[in-house]
Ligand binder design. Structure first.
Ligand SMILES: *[C@@H]1O[C@H](CO)[C@@H](O)[C@H](O)[C@H]1NC(C)=O
Ligand SMILES: *[C@@H]1O[C@H](CO)[C@@H](O)[C@H](O)[C@H]1NC(C)=O
Ligand SMILES: *[C@@H]1O[C@H](CO)[C@@H](O)[C@H](O)[C@H]1NC(C)=O
Length: 340
């Protein structure tokens, strides 16, 4: 009798244990299914939130773009578009402020900067902008590399713009007193008198910006620097636009990097800030001045880089913006995928 009672107790205990175990596994199974659903929901949600187009890369969220802007090339207008879009398109924009606007970073800062921007997950995807020379990440041992973009301008236009900018400032920060404030000398007079501010050597800026952090890059007139600048422009930049065709630059970026630049073209067309920064009281140089500057080696080399960049940009643009054959946009896809 006692034994039967014990047996009954034992078996009912067993049943209870089995029931508990069954429900526990059932709960785990349901929890897992729920988590999967939740994950899918987040994914589909973030897909629409991040404006990824069909063709956009899956790991676009790791994207780091560096715009090493050259002074007086219309960079403020362009960066303004990025600042206007960053909230809507969910990315970060950061200005790289280097002591005294130096264009070359010390070796230790190059390394620190490279490690920092590639590893800083909380800031990704991001657009970094600053007045610094091209930095080759291959030298710096980072596991991932950022995408470089830039704008280039006709060298004499850039120099004249810079010359008046130092004297009169611009409409962006009109109350800031510039370095040469009060100096009334025109660019023509400056060239006539052979003053240092309009020395053609001052035009040696776009070549070294594209050339990079090597000493030779900063020697005005170095043929090696010009070659290196061209090499970097086609091999290390995703796209380099020209100031004179800012809208097309923005459209090309929107087509190739929609993760950041979705809606940029329309925004640029419709916002009345698009020509935001204009140097005040700029006087166009006379033909005489132009002829004189164009005889200098530095102008010729800087212009060589500009023309090279322009031709390359037009080529890139044609493939993207103009639908060459029968107005059909270019696509690509995969087929004959094996093994099945
Ligand atoms: C960079 O930082 C310095 C020091 O804080 C500041 O004075 C300067 O205005 C900054 N540069 C720019 C372009 O904002
Ligand atoms: C990058 O630098 C910033 C500013 O110094 C710092 O706050 C951040 O933690 C750094 N990120 C990484 C991943 O090192
Ligand atoms: C253009 O700017 C003016 C003043 O700065 C502002 O009142 C107006 O709403 C702006 N228009 C558009 C379309 O943003």
């Amino acid at each position: 009798m006692l034994n039967i009672h014990k047996l009954w107790l034992f078996s009912s205990l067993c049943v209870i244990v089995i029931v508990v175990l069954y429900f526990q596994s059932e709960i785990t199974r349901l929890e897992e299914a729920y988590r999967k659903l939740e994950y899918k929901l987040v994914q589909s949600h973030s897909d629409s939130r991040q404006f990824t187009s069909k063709d956009a890369l899956k790991d676009d969220d790791d994207l780091v773009v560096i715009y090493n802007r050259v002074p007086k090339t219309g960079s403020t207008s362009f960066v303004g578009v990025a600042y206007d879009l960053c909230k809507k398109n969910h990315f970060k924009v950061l200005h790289i402020n280097i002591t005294a606007n130096m264009h070359v970073m010390s070796l230790s800062n190059q390394y620190k900067f490279a490690q920092n921007v590639t590893k800083w997950q909380e800031m990704k995807p991001a657009l970094y902008h600053g007045h610094m020379a091209f930095l080759n990440f291959e030298r710096l041992g980072t596991s991932s590399k950022p995408i470089f973009i830039n704008l280039i301008r006709k060298p004499l236009d850039r120099l004249v713009s810079y010359y008046y900018f130092l004297r009169h400032g611009d409409n962006f920060r009109p109350h800031l007193v510039r370095k040469k404030h009060g100096d009334k000398m025109t660019f023509d007079e400056c060239v006539e008198k052979g003053q240092p501010d309009c020395d053609p050597n001052n035009m040696w800026l776009q070549v070294p910006f594209f050339c990079g952090h090597a000493a030779e890059c900063w020697k005005p007139g170095s043929p090696w620097a010009l070659q290196q600048a061209k090499h970097n422009l086609v091999n290390h930049y995703l796209v380099v636009g020209v100031t004179e065709e800012m809208l097309d630059f923005i459209s090309v970026l929107e087509a190739s990097l929609p993760r950041l630049f979705k809606g940029a073209t329309e925004h640029y067309l419709n916002s009345n800030k698009s020509h935001l920064r204009q140097t005040s009281s700029k006087i166009d140089p006379s033909q005489r001045t132009i002829d004189k500057i164009q005889q200098s080696t530095i102008w010729k080399m800087e212009n060589d880089l500009y023309e090279f960049a322009l031709e390359h940009f037009k080529f890139v643009k044609k493939k993207i913006l103009l639908r060459e054959t029968n107005s059909v946009p270019q696509v690509f896809f995969y087929e004959k995928i094996r093994p099945k």
